[in-house]
Design a protein around this ligand. Structure first.
Ligand code: AMP
Length: 304
């Protein structure tokens, strides 16, 4: 199912009708277990999202995109208000990236009665309180709540199988949604997708459009510090987090929030001893910093 304009649905009943019909068509055409891939996004699509679609397209019979700027995961009203939105451009991009269906509900459709609703929300637990969660209280509860809703709305009927694509750009989010599917027995397979960078090294992000040239230059400190740690890891040298932190702070008015090296699955920080010895297994360097007027995150897997 390619080369066609992606179908837009803005309500749960409309999108489910389309999914049911497409799955039935695939079964009728002889696909015993149609594969359905979901790419959840907040829109303002760029080539980082493109990588998710590319992988989803290659692995599935039907590719669904969701586009929803989820108010529950923003802790700053200013960030929510200024988050870039352009549904028309996004629809074209989803089509270009090979998506079949776009689910783009309104806030009131997702959360009837918002802001007093939803009453029941998913807690991301301890994993949601570290790093991004420590700086953005409630962020991962908001992510888990919307992702659980999207999975419930968009899960295809049997005999189809369901996969959900998440970028390594948001490494903590990937670890948390993987854990949520397992802990809550949700029948979805999580597929991680590699982080996409600009040629400069900057991790592609919808928020980058708010950076001017000078801001872009300052933002490069994040990826440079991560490469510095990655090179140390490959050479089997001790990991010098303080030097990496200084590389980011060297840029005027960049406010480093955190730079830590953790276990990729549990997000537990490595001990001083582990940092001083050559790595025994893959570790994850996580960084977040304010590069006015935006807060940026980045990360890199460090290989022994
Ligand atoms: P967002 O629209 O920012 O919520 O992102 C939607 C999905 O795209 C998430 O799974 C992100 O991790 C992923 N994503 C965003 N930027 C990138 C990137 N530069 N590389 C890989 N995945 C990305």
């Amino acid at each position: 199912m390619t080369d066609q304009q992606a179908l837009l649905a803005t309500t749960t009943s409309a999108v489910r009708a389309i999914i049911d019909e497409k799955v039935a068509e695939l079964v009728a055409a002889g696909t015993a277990r149609p594969k359905v891939g979901l790419v959840p996004t907040m829109g303002a699509l760029h080539d980082g999202h493109g990588a998710l679609f590319e992988q989803a397209r290659a692995e599935n019979d039907l590719v669904i995109a969701s586009i929803f700027v989820n108010p529950l995961q923003f802790d700053q009203p200013e960030d929510y208000e200024h988050y870039p939105r352009d549904l028309e451009a996004d629809l074209e991009l989803v089509t270009e990236y090979g998506g079949d269906i776009v689910f783009a509900p309104s806030t009131q459709h997702m959360y009837p009665g918002f802001p007093d609703a939803p009453h029941i929300r998913v807690s991301a637990g301890q994993m949601g309180q570290m790093f991004e969660g420590a700086s953005r209280p409630g962020h991962f509860d908001g992510v888990c709540t919307v992702v659980a809703k999207l999975w419930n709305i968009l899960m295809p009927p049997p005999p189809a199988v369901f996969r959900s694509y998440f970028g390594r750009k948001d490494a903590q989010q990937l670890a948390i949604v993987t854990r949520m599917a397992k802990d809550l027995n949700i029948d979805v397979k999580i597929r991680p997708v590699e982080l996409v960078r600009a040629p400069s090294g900057l991790a592609l992000s919808s928020r980058n459009v708010r950076l001017d040239d000078h801001g872009m230059e300052k933002a490069l400190g994040l990826s440079k510090a991560l490469h510095f740690l990655s090179d140390q890891a490959t050479r089997g040298e001790p990991l010098d987090i303080s030097a990496a932190r200084d590389m980011i702070r060297a840029h005027e008015d960049v406010d480093l929030d955190y730079l830590e090296i953790v276990d990729p699955d549990t997000l537990t920080p490595l001990t001083e001893e582990q940092l001083a010895a050559p790595l025994e297994r893959e570790a994850l360097a996580l960084v977040a910093a304010w590069v006015p007027p935006v807060r940026l995150i980045d990360n890199m897997l460090l290989s022994p």
